[in-house]
Each structure stands twice: as structure tokens, then as C-alpha cells.
Design a protein around this ligand. Structure first.
Ligand code: MG
Length: 370
């Protein structure tokens, strides 16, 4: 089988309400998504998506994804889309870095692999391990009262696991937020306080030790760099998840060797696709990490591809998964894919990813490489 055509769509996706990153540092009102359809000479096709969160959350942006795909397309045409490891090495040789851009290509090839095999991705990624994956809410930074209101809204939609964004410049306000959220949280629910890199290591150590009695809570990516987070790990007690500072397999090996965390976020757009996420996910299982497996952003396409990986992960290694498309106004595949249903989701039992975007909703591709 050979890749015969790569079509690219550019979507501006408004968020249903503005989103404030931890500490109110960044405000996002839309996502910039790149959708890719790869066609093969055997008539099979696959869909993939690259969608950073906002434009400035990570060193990844929509225009960069499309430029990288333009550069990679001549290399990819004529290659066998089912030879996924070879294809990833080819992409890495021809364009080091730019993992977010490669994610869309890798995802589309996995869709073809599943269709060729007649199996849903979760069967190919290890086998469906659970009946469902818990979904978690994403709670913008606000006053303690506002944040508890957002959590109550999420609870009404079935969410029992919450990701609350903290990390403002005022230590006492963060302590107030954490204590108020913890005090209002039913004992069967869980919360991760996601700092999105906002604290210095000194602030993280101060806040986390002041709220050390708060139960059922994890802290996520307290500081910008790995070494800062490691310093926090060595001076606090709560379980820590690492997210934004993790990019390569080597980062994950180092984190385990140093005892830097109890779990990680596994995201195709940050790590470079389903192939590299599977490597990290399998490593995480082997070292006993608990993981949130979800994408950085995107439509039901990226979410569903990622839920296949999440659902093929043993229950003891799953924390929860975020459904990005739940925050969007537009839907490119109504009724399809992994949806949030009362705080749970499940990957479809269809060959491949199991999402076919509706062409009339995508409109015309911005470019077709053939
Ligand atoms: Mg995070």
C-alpha cells in the first residue's frame, strides 16, 4: 500500500466559553486545528488531527503544523502508511522536532492500519481493557466561589474527576482556592490541581505543604522545567503529574529514574502521535505510573483517536481523560466518536479510529498534496 494523497483542512474552532489558563496568564477563545486525510492507492483512507491548545500554550501552533506537513508531504507520498514505525523515523529524519505536526500524520496512518485490519484502534493498541474511560472536567482559574460553581456545573454533566487550574501570583489566593474546592468536593470525587507551570519551585513547596492535608488530590506540572518540578517533588508529599515539560521517551525515562512524579499526561499533540504515545504509555505501565491519556486540543477526531489508547490501558494505570471537543461550538462529525456521557466515554467499536468527518462540515481542503 502507498500513500497517494494528503489533503489538509484548516479549522478555526470557537470555544463555547473563553478559557483562562492557570493563574489567568493566558486567555483562549478559539482553537486552530489542522485536519489531515491520507488516501492510499488501495482505496483506504485515514483521518488525523493536530490541534494545539490556543496558539501559545506550548511551543506548537497551527500554522507551524501546516508548514511542517507541507515540508513532509513529498517524503510521505509513496510510502506505506501501515509501516508506522518506519514512517515515524522517516518524519524524524526529514524534520527533527515539530512533534505536534507529525501527530496528525501518524494518527491518519493508524486509522488506515485499523481499517486495513478491520479492527478498532484499541484492539491494535493492546486490547480494550475497560468498559469505559472516566472523563475529567477542566476548571478555569477564578475566585474560589467561581471555581466551585464551574465544578458544580461539571458535576451536573456527570463529571466526578476535575482538573482545577490554579497558579496565580498570590500564594494566599491559591491556598484559598485549593481549600475551598477540597472542602466542597464529595469524597467520591477527585481533583487535580493543575498549575500549568505557573509557580516557582519555592511557591509550589510553600503552597503544597500548606495544603498537605487535602485528600484525593494530585498536583500537576507545578513549575516550568523538569528540574524545578523535581525539586518540588523532593520537598512535598502529594502525588505529582508531569505534563508540559515531557516531550520525548528520554524525558520519561529520566523522570522515572529520578523519581520525579507518580504519573504523566500522555498527549499525541505534545509527544508526536499515537505511536510515540503508545511507547510512553507502555513504559508508564511497566513502571507503575497512573496516567491521563488525552489530547492537547481538537475535535472529536483527535479525542477519539486518543481514547482508543486510553481505553486499552489497564484500569490501575488510568486516572481519567479530558475530552477537548466538549469545549467547542462546532462539531465535524455529529453523533460519532468518543463523547462525554455522564462523566464517562468509550472508543467506538469500528475499524480504525471510527470517526468520519462530514465533508460538508469541513468545507474545502486548503491544500492537497498528490
Ligand atoms: Mg496539564
Amino acid at each position: 500500500m502507498k500513500i497517494s494523497k494528503i489533503a489538509v483542512w484548516h479549522l478555526n474552532l470557537p470555544l463555547s466559553k473563553p478559557y483562562w489558563l492557570s493563574g489567568g496568564r493566558l486567555k483562549f477563545e478559539k482553537l486552530d486545528s489542522t485536519i489531515v486525510r491520507i488516501d492510499s492507492d488501495e482505496g483506504l483512507h485515514g483521518w488525523g488531527e493536530s490541534c494545539p491548545w490556543g496558539e501559545t500554550y506550548l511551543p506548537a501552533f497551527g500554522g507551524g503544523a501546516r508548514a511542517a506537513i507541507e515540508l513532509l508531504a513529498p517524503t510521505l507520498l509513496g510510502e506505506n502508511p501501515v509501516q508506522i514505525e518506519k514512517l515515524n523515523r522517516l518524519m524524524d529524519v526529514n524534520l527533527p522536532g515539530h512533534l505536534y505536526a507529525k501527530s496528525a500524520i501518524d494518527m491518519a496512518c493508524w486509522d488506515i492500519i485499523g481499517k486495513k485490519a478491520g479492527l478498532p484502534l484499541c484492539d491494535l493498541l493492546g486490547g480494550r481493557a475497560t468498559d469505559y474511560v472516566l472523563t475529567n472536567s477542566s476548571i478555569s482559574t477564578g475566585t474560589p466561589e467561581e471555581m466551585n460553581g464551574y465544578i458544580a456545573d461539571a458535576r451536573a454533566r456527570g463529571y466526578t474527576v476535575h482538573s482545577a487550574k490554579v497558579g496565580g501570583p498570590d500564594v494566599s489566593k491559591d491556598i484559598e482556592r485549593i481549600e475551598a474546592i477540597a472542602a466542597a468536593l464529595p469524597s467520591k470525587e477527585k481533583v487535580t490541581f493543575d498549575v500549568n507551570r505557573a509557580w516557582t519551585s519555592g511557591t509550589a513547596i510553600e503552597v503544597m505543604n500548606r495544603v498537605a492535608g487535602v485528600a484525593n488530590s494530585w498536583f500537576e506540572q507545578p513549575c516550568e522545567t523538569f528540574n524545578q518540578c523535581l525539586h518540588v517533588r523532593r520537598n512535598t508529599r502529594q502525588p505529582i503529574l508531569l505534563d508540559e515539560c515531557m516531550h520525548t521517551m528520554n524525558d520519561h525515562i529520566l523522570a522515572y529514574k529520578e523519581g520525579a512524579c507518580e504519573g504523566v499526561k500522555v498527549k499525541p499533540n505534545r509527544l508526536g502521535g499515537i505511536t510515540k504515545c503508545k511507547q510512553v504509555r507502555d513504559f508508564g505501565i511497566s513502571v507503575g505510573w497512573q496516567m491521563h491519556i488525552e489530547d492537547v486540543g481538537g475535535t472529536v477526531l483527535a479525542d477519539t483517536a486518543t481514547m482508543h489508547l486510553a481505553q486499552s490501558t489497564p484500569i490501575e494505570n488510568q486516572l481519567a481523560s479530558w475530552i477537548a471537543h466538549d469545549h467547542l461550538v462546532d462539531d465535524i462529525a455529529p453523533g460519532q466518536g468518543a463523547r462525554n456521557v455522564n462523566g464517562k466515554t468509550s472508543a467506538p467499536d469500528l475499524p480504525g479510529i471510527g470517526v468520519e468527518p462530514e465533508l460538508e462540515l469541513l468545507a474545502e481542503p486548503i491544500v492537497v498534496y498528490a
